[in-house]
Design a protein around this ligand. Structure first.
Ligand code: ZN
Length: 232
């Protein structure tokens, strides 16, 4: 049996050799440290508990100027990756904030099949979603925190998105197609959920195989060859 360094009893001193973990910094301090570090920001990968915790609702903890700086750094990091969405926990900040932007630079047939229309840059604060219809769409997607792999996820084709933007303006709108997929993926991050949690396990594909074999507009061929079901 291996020793689990997290196995300490609350209220008792840590066993010899295991330093007491420092108290986590307050959120403004944590963000200031991040903003004084390298750019693009380092992206947290799967296995870090910050990706598995429910993020803290944002209620102004950072102040407007620091929030604006964090958002600019997240946007730069998303562009550099490159990606079409980035949630604050992915840069180690446990707040319910995400940035989204998709130029939808794909060929016309792929764009049509996937409902991939350009999504101008936007910020979601404390977002939530619910289905706005029964239709589901299954496509390959990936995550900057799970580099090198993609898998098929069946998601609601249309969702009702609520929350706020970065100015505090209330959002209540319907989003469809690929933007709806991005909204669901990023909002899930803020609740400790990774796309793999509801992916088709047998669809898992390396980026290399995805590029070589499964770049068709839909994952129908992959479903047949790898043995997974698509929603009907
Ligand atoms: Zn992700």
């Amino acid at each position: 049996m291996t020793h689990d360094p997290s196995d300490t009893t609350p209220g008792l001193p840590a066993p010899p050799g295991l330093p007491t973990p420092p108290a986590p910094p307050d959120l403004p301090t944590l963000v200031d440290r991040l903003l004084h570090g390298p750019r693009p920001l380092p992206i947290v990968t799967a296995g870090d508990p910050v990706l598995r915790r429910t993020a803290i609702p944002y209620d102004g903890q950072l102040g407007d100027a620091r929030l604006a700086e964090l958002l600019a750094a997240m946007r730069e990091t998303m562009h550099a990756a490159p990606g079409v969405g980035l949630a604050a926990p992915q840069v180690g900040v446990p707040l319910r904030i995400a940035v989204l932007e998709d130029p939808a630079a794909v060929d016309a047939e792929v764009a049509e099949a996937r409902g991939r229309v350009p999504l101008p840059y936007r910020v979601l604060v404390n977002p939530s979603y619910e289905p706005a219809g029964p239709a589901r769409a299954a496509f390959y997607e990936g995550c900057l925190s799970v580099p090198g792999w993609q898998a098929v996820v069946a998601r609601y084709d249309r969702v009702r998105l609520r929350g706020q933007d970065e100015t505090g303006r209330e959002l209540d709108e319907e989003v469809a197609g690929w933007p709806a997929r991005i909204v669901q993926h990023e909002t899930d991050h803020l609740h400790g959920t990774l796309y793999l949690d509801h992916a088709e396990p047998r669809s898992l594909s390396s980026a290399q195989h995805l590029a070589d074999r499964w770049s068709q507009p839909t994952p129908a061929l992959a479903a047949e060859a790898l043995g997974f079901r698509l929603p009907t």
